[in-house]
Ligand binder design. Structure first.
Ligand code: PMP
Length: 445
């Protein structure tokens, strides 16, 4: 007999693998990749806006002329030329020599995602507490859960993490006899919240963390993708100590090159390099050379403006459609940059239970539950406006509004114990051709 759905290995897995179960949401996203579904789920950057011919020529040259080094291993910390480029990019957000930063403090990683995993490996023991915004980035939750850490969420409002709530969470953790290892935060153009921490709150939060001796893990993939203003100062630019900073080229250049980094105090940096060598030996030299050459030879600041304009148009399309179509009682954030809008459904609706119906109506989103480690988020969902063109976004939001309207009608007709449970079970099957280029992988980014 070949293949069975039963798992013969259950009694052999490590403890940390117990929570590694494919969710029913993953199954739905397989359906959501169909071209007839408007996907507002995945956070894939719109890389087609790059000058693809020029980038292609550049990549060809990197192999044809420099293959002896670009097709080779390199050092575990990452190539020095790229670490210099990284320092130049970080200086746009005030992270520079004035706060004690040099290429020596940077470790190149396979996207910010590997950097998150490295930090978790170096800092977290099973049962440790990590404070994180509620909601928080789904990929960070996955890392912290794999490290068997306990994520304690700190609420946000329209201006990001609430300082008083952070103080309260610190008190509660310490009253329970435990100590939080770090605060994981996405202060700028939050994923999934779409909100941004203003300057004074940044100072306040840093002060709270300094007093509590709490390390800050600042994750900043979207900082250079603001629509209305110059980049905000990163938390790391405001202090010399106490912040580990994660960056990535996924949104400013290409997510496919899988290049990110971590900036850490010297002693931590050393451990991160050792942890990374154990995982991957060294980052891809071809990808590192591609990023270095792109930033050294091509007009990347102009390209950033192109990305900003494009995403701002898509943000506008999403907000206009939400305003025009959403039923009363629905609320949403107003992102000033980045990729995401966080939607709050009318009282009593459940975004996870509603997802099959939404996909049946040819629109996909990520239910809010994906962004909480404690089962919260049912009344919320995340919409990504980064990938579909504005007309598709408008269509998608219109379809979603129809689904929400119908859910409200059902609730009125049947009350709170209506046919909502049934909706959760039925995964619709939609036939049709698939097109990978039109619909990239959904949901995890
Ligand atoms: N952090 C946040 C907040 C993200 O949104 C993402 C990806 N969407 C990542 C980290 C990981 O990005 P990458 O590995 O592509 O750099």
């Amino acid at each position: 007999m070949t293949g069975t759905t039963l798992d013969d290995y259950t009694d052999r897995y490590a403890q940390r693998a117990r929570g590694m179960n494919a969710s029913e949401i993953r199954a739905l996203f397989a359906v959501a990749s169909r071209p007839e579904v408007v996907s507002l789920a995945g956070g894939s950057p719109y890389v087609s806006a790059l000058p693809l011919d020029a980038v292609g020529d550049m990549l060809g040259e990197l192999v044809a002329r420099h293959g002896a080094s670009t097709l080779q291993y390199c050092i575990g910390q990452g190539d020095l030329a790229l670490r210099e480029v990284i320092c130049e990019v970080m200086s746009l957000e005030g992270i520079d020599a004035s706060v004690g930063v040099s290429p020596d403090d940077v470790v190149v990683s396979v996207g910010a995602q590997q950097a998150l995993d490295l930090v978790a490996r170096v800092f977290l023991d099973p049962g440790d507490v990590v404070l994180a915004e509620g909601p928080t980035y789904v990929g960070a939750l996955g890392v912290f859960q794999a490290a068997q850490a306990d994520v304690v969420h700190v609420p946000m409002d329209d201006e990001g993490l609430i300082p008083e709530a952070l103080q309260e969470a610190l008190r509660e953790v310490s009253d329970s006899g435990r100590r939080a290892k770090f605060l994981y935060t996405v202060p700028t153009y939050h994923n999934p919240g779409g909100v941004t921490l203003p300057g004074p709150r940044r100072e306040w939060i840093l002060e709270i963390c300094r007093r509590a001796g709490l390390l800050v893990l600042e994750d900043n993939p979207y900082g250079l993708l603001g629509f209305d203003a110059d980049p905000l100062p990163a938390l790391r630019s405001m202090v010399r100590d106490g912040v580990i900073y994660l960056g990535t080229f996924s949104k400013t250049f290409s997510s496919g090159v899988r290049m990110g980094w971590v900036l850490a105090p010297h002693a931590v940096r050393e451990k991160l390099v050792i942890a990374s060598e154990a995982q991957i030996l060294c980052p891809s030299m071809l990808s590192q050379s591609a990023v270095t050459t792109y930033f050294q030879t091509m007009p990347w600041q102009e390209q950033l403006k192109t990305f900003r304009t494009l995403y701002a148009e898509r943000r506008d399309a999403a907000l206009a459609a939400l305003h025009d179509f959403m039923p009363a009682g629905t609320a949403w954030t107003h992102p000033a940059g980045g990729f995401y809008v966080w939607v709050t459904l009318p009282e009593g609706l459940d975004s996870k239970a509603m997802l099959p119906r939404a996909i049946h109506n040819r629109v996909a989103y990520v239910p809010g539950t994906g962004f909480y480690g404690d089962g919260g988020g049912r009344q919320h969902l995340r919409l990504s406006y980064c990938f579909p063109p504005p007309e598709r976004i408008r269509d998608g939001v219109r379809r979603l509004a129809t689904v929400i309207g119908e859910e409200l009608e059902l609730r009125t007709a049947f009350g709170a114990s209506g046919p909502f449970e049934a909706a959760e079970q039925s995964v619709p099957v939609i036939d049709g051709p698939r097109s990978a280029a039109d619909t990239p992988p959904q949901g995890l980014a």
